[in-house]
Design a protein around this ligand. Structure first.
Ligand SMILES: NC(=O)c1ccc[n+]([C@@H]2O[C@H](COP(=O)([O-])OP(=O)(O)OC[C@H]3O[C@@H](n4cnc5c(N)ncnc54)[C@H](O)[C@@H]3O)[C@@H](O)[C@H]2O)c1
Length: 433
């Protein structure tokens, strides 16, 4: 891959800050040619999730064709394409060599050719890729997290605003929002079944993710990008990259209210000291405070051989709820212990990842715009503010997080790109600007 430099960094920062410009004329929600019933889909980021998303797009609508693919690395694109050519619907995977694009800016060549774009690459690039997709008038599936720092958050908010003006659909990759049991229980909670929510205790406890040890010929940048989950500038740290799912469920239960401030702790305790384990922490605990009293706590870790769990205990003024993210249990009880609501044992449990794409393509076919941009951006900022607080050891307000000058993008992508030391609470600044 070609090396990039200060110019590229300036470009990313500028794109992040100014958003996508001022072309605000209304667009049709589906821009395909008259008489052509196909919906041409472009995949950006041909990794595990992107390949899955493309397969789900094929299954969602018989008119979907995978029309173009883009990735930073040739081998990732090749293996994704080979996998898609084994999927149900493989006859609709129509990606000849001249619609395969490789490089950090490969999205630029893909966008003019497609109706819908699936944004599934490394999170650091999402704000820029979302801005470009909205500027090009595309309907969008946007994986989480959508940003890794404050500058990215502001860019995403601006893109979401412009997408609304253009009638573009944005379906978010916060997949639990597409899960039937979760939709049912959060519907009950928001409908007042257990009174006002006063506190939440959420966990995302899991093991460490895999690594890709360095290979000959990789630049420092290639090495970090191949191991992106382990580098805060690329992933936002595992709080932003993974536990953000649980943070999004807190945001959901709180009706999208912004926490006023948070107090976070975290550390890097168990990760091996090898380059591919990057600079991120392996545990965080964040207390989010809301106006008039509610407090929500998120605890997460990526440590081997420990108890794993992913659930949410939600306390209201009239009862409490258990939402089991990895299991079938979703109920609400009153404080006498009586079950006052539960998801039926035989209730539908369609694959939430498939539902995301069913929703996206139905919205396009029916010309009914869906824009999930607000919660998709705000949940990510909640995670970012938690990281800022844990890294610095300071309390961080919503106002500080959303207006901060923080940008995690390195000064240059050229060799050498040193691996940073994990931040030291009480010593490291609140922002990495
Ligand atoms: N919703 C979920 O449950 C879920 C599950 C897994 C992953 N994800 C998210 O999906 C995204 C991708 O994760 P993954 O597991 O597929 O990772 P992955 O490493 O398998 O794939 C990411 C791909 O993006 C490519 N890429 C990097 N920069 C790019 C650029 N500028 N342009 C084009 N391609 C680029 C990489 O080369 C890689 O092939 C992440 O944001 C992750 O958090 C979501």
């Amino acid at each position: 891959m070609s090396q990039t430099d200060e110019t590229r960094r300036t470009f990313i920062k500028t794109a992040a800050i100014v958003g996508v410009g001022a072309a605000l004329a209304p667009f049709p929600v589906w821009a395909s040619a008259p008489g052509d019933d196909r919906i041409k889909v472009g995949l950006v980021g041909c990794g595990g999730r992107g390949t899955g998303a493309a397969a789900q797009a094929l299954a969602a609508d018989k008119g979907v064709v995978i029309w173009a693919m883009a990735d930073a690395f040739r081998d990732r694109l090749d293996s994704s394409l080979a996998n898609l050519l084994k999927e149900e619907g493989k006859d609709r995977v129509l990606v000849p060599a001249d619609r395969q694009f490789v490089g950090l800016d490969a999205i630029d060549q893909l966008l003019p050719l497609v109706d819908v774009v699936l944004l599934c690459s490394t999170p650091a690039f999402r704000p820029e890729q979302l801005a470009k997709s909205v500027a090009a008038g595309k309907n969008i599936f946007c994986e989480k997290p959508v940003c890794v720092d404050s500058a990215g958050y502001r860019s995403v908010k601006e893109s979401v605003r412009i997408a609304r003006e253009k009638n573009l659909t944005i379906v978010s990759g916060f997949c639990w929002r597409s899960s039937s049991p979760e939709r049912a229980i959060y519907g009950e909670i928001l409908g007042g079944r257990m009174g006002e929510v006063v506190s939440i205790s959420a966990t995302y406890l899991t093991g460490p993710l895999g690594t890709r040890p360095r290979q000959a010929g990789w630049s420092d940048f290639d090495f970090q990008l191949r191991n992106w989950q382990h580098f805060a500038w690329l992933s936002g740290d595992h709080l932003v990259e993974q536990a953000v799912h649980s943070i999004d469920k807190i945001n959901w239960a709180m009706g999208g209210r912004h926490p006023t401030k948070c107090t976070g702790i975290g550390s890097r305790f168990c990760r091996e000291d090898v380059p591919e384990r990057g600079d991120i922490y392996d545990n965080f605990s964040i207390i989010y405070e809301y106006e008039n009293g509610p407090r929500c706590v998120l605890t997460t870790r990526q440590q081997a051989n420990c108890y794993n769990n992913n659930d949410d205990w939600i306390n209201g003024t009239k009862g409490y709820a258990w939402v089991n993210g990895w299991g079938p249990t979703h109920w609400i009880k009153d404080y006498s212990g009586k079950t006052i609501w539960q998801y039926p044992k035989d209730g539908p449990t369609p694959d939430m990842y498939q539902v995301e794409h069913d929703t996206l393509f139905k919205s396009i076919r029916e010309h009914r715009t869906i824009n999930e941009g607000e919660f998709m951006a705000d949940s990510c900022l909640m995670a970012i503010m938690g990281r800022m607080s844990a890294y610095s050891g300071k309390q961080v307000t919503w106002e500080e997080a959303s207006t901060s000058g923080e940008s995690l993008t390195p000064k240059s992508f050229a060799n050498p790109m040193p691996i940073l030391k994990a931040p030291h609470p009480g010593v490291s600044p609140t922002t990495a600007a």
